[in-house]
Write a protein that binds this ligand. Structure first.
Ligand SMILES: Cc1cc2nc3c(=O)[nH]c(=O)nc-3n(C[C@H](O)[C@H](O)[C@H](O)COP(=O)(O)O)c2cc1C
Length: 375
């Protein structure tokens, strides 16, 4: 029987089919991963930043997640070129970014960021006040800045909520909280950086989700129902790559479920290589498990379309274009909903358009030298 008219698209067609995520209609499943570019002097994103995101939106990126942008705390950023998400000038800059992306039919979420105890790996710049974090350490034995008082914690939650309300007011299509890679929210999750004895600490991962949950609840209150809220999560930390938060599916459920209850809509599951199984005995990756355990839509990421992963690329390793077959196979199985692409989209603004049109021979390599300019 020929039932092809009822068949779901598969392969690249499925990557480029329209999809609705948390009530938001996207032209396709390709997401631009959040990537710090440090081209916003004084924390203000200018017309070059707006043009950079617009170019990706006009070349078939379904959803842009901006580079991490600092919430309103004195030490939320660790680099002077990182855009702020507070203050009149920075917010006016972001309004232009949103307008540019919307003008070509794109969708965009800001990634709201606080670095916690993590100073920048490059450069000696320091914020006006000491770094602040759950316990004044970035990892066991590594002091950095000060431990937050309960009042600091409350003020930081309020800063995330204000930023989200501003995002909605400026016309953004949702928000992402940066809860990954060893930064502030992740410092609360991780026992190696959270040694608090108040209600924001605890012996179990479930207890240490409280900060994230309160931030999500505050963001939901500030934005109301129907505004997509995503959180980016990772097991790995920059300060300890092999570290893991959840050692079993059960522990992963105890981490994710409180955030679902708090009102998060989308889970962005950051791995360095999307094809790596999360737990023994199953091929599912982190995004696959997160979707299976919570039923929420998930975003996968990590070396999509490239031969090497991004940490090595900071060290100078070049990545060549790589096959998308394994990714498309997993997408067909509905292991995850959206696919975030990082470096390939820095190297080539037309990456999504070329993939959609099957112009694979035109895809280029990624080399860290492309970071020198915003193109
Ligand atoms: C230059 C650069 C800057 C990045 N900045 C951020 C960031 O601000 N927030 C974040 O969550 N991840 C950041 N990442 C990680 C990417 O979002 C992505 O997870 C990683 O590059 C893996 O995807 P890829 O292999 O497709 O590049 C950055 C990566 C790169 C290469």
């Amino acid at each position: 029987m020929n039932d092809s008219s009822n068949r779901k698209p598969s392969g690249a067609a499925r990557l480029f089919e329209p999809v609705e995520i948390a009530g938001l209609r996207l032209a396709n499943r390709v997401v631009m991963a959040p990537m710090t570019r440090s081209f916003s002097p004084g924390g203000v994103p200018g017309p070059d930043v707006a043009a950079y995101y617009r170019r990706r939106a006009e070349q078939d990126v379904g959803l842009i997640i901006t580079e991490g942008t600092a919430v309103d705390r004195p030490a939320a950023a660790n680099d002077p070129g990182v855009p702020h998400f507070h203050g009149e000038a920075a917010l006016a800059g972001w309004e232009q970014v949103v307008a540019s992306v919307h003008a070509v039919g794109g969708r965009i979420w800001p990634q709201l960021w606080h670095v916690g105890a993590l100073r920048s790996g490059s450069g000696s710049w320091r914020p006006p006040q000491p770094f602040e974090s759950p316990s004044g350490i970035s990892r066991p034995g590594r002091e950095s800045g000060v431990a937050m008082t309960e009042a600091d914690v409350e003020a930081t939650i309020a800063a995330f909520a204000r930023a989200a309300a501003d995002a909605k007011r400026l016309g953004f299509d949702g928000v992402e909280l940066h809860g990954a890679h060893g930064y502030l929210i992740d410092q609360f999750f991780w026992e190696g950086s959270n040694q608090r004895t108040d209600r924001f600490g605890g012996a179990t991962l479930a207890e240490r989700t409280r900060f994230a949950c309160e931030a999500i609840r505050a963001v939901r209150r500030a934005t109301g129902p129907g505004f997509p809220i995503c959180i980016r999560l990772s097991q790995w930390k920059q300060q300890d790559f092999p570290a893991r938060l959840a050692h079993s599916p059960e522990e992963m459920a105890s981490w994710l479920e409180p955030m679902v209850d708090a009102g998060v809509d989308v889970l962005h599951c950051s791995t360095r290589r999307f094809w790596e199984p999360e737990f023994e005995g199953s091929e599912l990756n982190f995004a696959g498990w997160a979707k299976k355990l919570t039923g929420l839509p998930t975003i996968t990421v990590g070396s999509v379309g490239l031969s090497g992963e991004f940490v090595a690329s900071f060290g100078g390793e070049r990545s060549e274009p790589a096959s998308l077959d394994e990714l498309l196979r997993r997408l067909d199985r509905e292991e995850f909903d959206l696919v975030a692409v990082g470096r390939a989209l820095i190297a080539d603004a037309d990456w999504a358009r070329k993939v959609r049109e099957g112009r694979f021979a035109e895809l280029g390599a990624y080399d860290r030298s492309v970071l020198a300019r915003l193109a």
